[in-house]
Design a protein around this ligand. Sequence first.
Ligand SMILES: Nc1nc2c(ncn2[C@@H]2O[C@H](COP(=O)(O)OP(=O)(O)OP(=O)(O)O)[C@@H](O)[C@H]2O)c(=O)[nH]1
Ligand SMILES: [Zn+2]
Length: 347
Amino acid sequence: MISDLNILGWSQFFNGQLDLTEFDSLTPVRLSEVRRRSVVALTPALERLDIALTGDHVATDMAVGDFVLTDGERLIRVLDRKTVISRKAAGLAAQAQLIAANIDTLFITTSCNHDFNEARLERYLAIAIEAEATPVIVITKADKPEDMPAEIYEDRAKALYEGAEVLLINAKSPEDIARLERYCGTGQTIALVGSSGVGKSTIARGLTGEDIEVGDIREDDAKGRHTTTARSMHRMHAGGWLIDTPGMRELALHDASEGIATLFEDITDLATECKFSDCQHQTEPGCAVRRAIETGELDPNRLERWRKLVDEDARNSETIAESRERGRKFSKMVKSVKKAKSAKRGE
Ligand SMILES: Nc1nc2c(ncn2[C@@H]2O[C@H](COP(=O)(O)OP(=O)(O)OP(=O)(O)O)[C@@H](O)[C@H]2O)c(=O)[nH]1
Ligand SMILES: [Zn+2]
């Protein structure tokens, strides 16, 4: 049974979570769709299994890509995730929405044109590092670069993070798609992120042979949290899985302080040498970061991008308590305005 499961991306990481009774009586399956009150799971035979959610199991605790145990009818439990990608729900509620689970490699996609933007790439790099997925930067349209030679785009991407391979491709060329396939073999799960028009669908088609329509198919539950309703796991020619969910294309940064610290390790390291432990690297004396800028060791643009990313992360990482506090303050304000108005009217 276990060898068949490898097709789904099963590994020792998941195997180790089962006790003996579970081994004997339950089947691991992988979620390919998460609906409001049910999920669709893939079996090792690649059959689709519809499982209604009962008891304590709620859709918002599950993500496409999750491994779950089933007795054939019910879902028994969700296994711990190797990696998880989430985003903050819109509105006041500061709850994280699970977008996809157990992704091994994130293809961060951009093109040899105006879409190329270091800050945007760094945002996705921080997301991947935080999720513990391997980031790979894929630069498409190498066959028709705009404004500068394709190799310059490649070099600029390579300068961002040592831990990320950079692949310069023509997404329409099968030979170039084949260069991505070493991340896409049996047992591997990947996802594509990047702006509209950079070639994600073209790459997805090259890797799977399918035209994948993500569209806007979504269901909103009473609390405004969406659940994925389209089939989101696609088998690739190389044997692995591509996960494509609507949320994946709209990723925003949140709770990624560790990812940012790893991505900007040079700045993180320098900051430990600043005289003040809470140094903001502005005008403080004994600032190692500013000194590195003066000596040319650190690129001031890189420092600026780091600052913006840290700010963005902090803004989007508001805790549930903080969001409630903001809600309270707002309703207090509304009440006092109402009161002032009625006082004015002499009520
Ligand atoms: N010449 C060339 N054209 C490309 C390349 N990659 C993508 N294209 C073209 O660019 C256009 C947009 O590509 P898509 O694959 O639809 O982009 P996308 O990222 O999926 O866009 P969304 O679906 O809006 O998210 C299409 O016309 C592609 O054929 C490339 O490497 N070279
Ligand atoms: Zn400093």
